[in-house]
Design a binder for this molecule. Structure first.
Ligand SMILES: C[S@@+](CC[C@H](N)C(=O)[O-])C[C@H]1O[C@@H](n2cnc3c(N)ncnc32)[C@H](O)[C@@H]1O
Length: 220
């Protein structure tokens, strides 16, 4: 299959090798990759297929029944999580864009998981603050505006049960986190976020170098 240059810290050859030795995207996922690519450069926001496969497996492994996603875009990560849920599972998806999430909805339908997904179009902090169910969720995924990552974790620490998992995307930020010449607002936010959660005693924290960096926060 063609290379998706998303696990950026691997050579293209090793990245291809990795893709060739895991479960490849199926027809529905491939269709969503293509529909997203047709949007142009913005398609880089989509998570890597190998990350999607990992997220489906994690959802299954922890036996997640209820999940929340912050940052849905065209729905690849939502599809990955929803597929790992049982038939009566629920995934609340938070995004501000009707336009982008509409691209994904037909693919959720095709995959037979549309009825597991509760899409809420509003600033995610508002959506999360309005959920009044402490410890009710098993899994969360954060992949929206980087400057709000710390705020999202505060809300999700309330909503995700002890033993549950919060996944955080783009924590390596293309390597910018260790580039002293990089001081964009997003880079500073991610650096500060990474330092904060590493010292946060509410979580066991593991940062994985898959794709653009994925942090696991296991709620203690
Ligand atoms: C990197 S993309 C998410 C990619 C997605 N996880 C995927 O697999 O394709 C970030 C998304 O966050 C959304 N977003 C940005 N700021 C937001 C906010 N304040 N509240 C909710 N969503 C937001 C954007 O509309 C965009 O769709």
């Amino acid at each position: 299959m063609s290379s998706q240059p998303k696990s950026f810290q691997l050579s293209p050859e090793l990245h291809n090798y990795l893709l060739d030795h895991g479960t490849p995207p199926d027809e529905v996922q491939q269709g969503l990759i293509e529909a997203t690519a047709a949007l142009g450069g913005i398609s880089v926001m989509q998570i890597a297929p190998e990350q999607g496969a990992l997220m489906t497996m994690l959802t299954q492994l922890i036996g997640a029944k209820r999940a929340i996603e912050v940052g849905t875009f065209t729905g690849y990560s939502a599809l990955a999580i929803a597929r790992g849920l049982p038939e009566d599972g629920q995934l609340i998806c938070c995004d501000v864009s009707d336009e982008w999430t509409k691209v994904g909805e037909p693919f959720w339908e095709k995959a037979g998981v549309r009825d597991r997904i509760d899409l809420r179009i509003a600033p995610a902090l508002e959506t999360l603050a309005a959920i009044d169910e402490a410890d009710a969720f098993d899994l969360a995924f954060i992949d929206a505006d980087k400057t709000n990552y710390a705020n999202y974790v505060e809300e999700l620490a309330r909503l995700v049960r002890p033993g549950g998992l919060i996944l955080v995307d783009n924590v390596l930020w293309g390597g910018n986190v260790i580039d002293r010449n990089e001081s964009s607002e997003d880079t500073l936010a991610i650096r500060a976020f990474n330092a904060k959660v590493a010292a946060d005693e509410r979580f066991d924290t593991v940062m994985l170098p898959i794709a653009d960096g994925l942090t696991f926060l296991r709620v203690r």
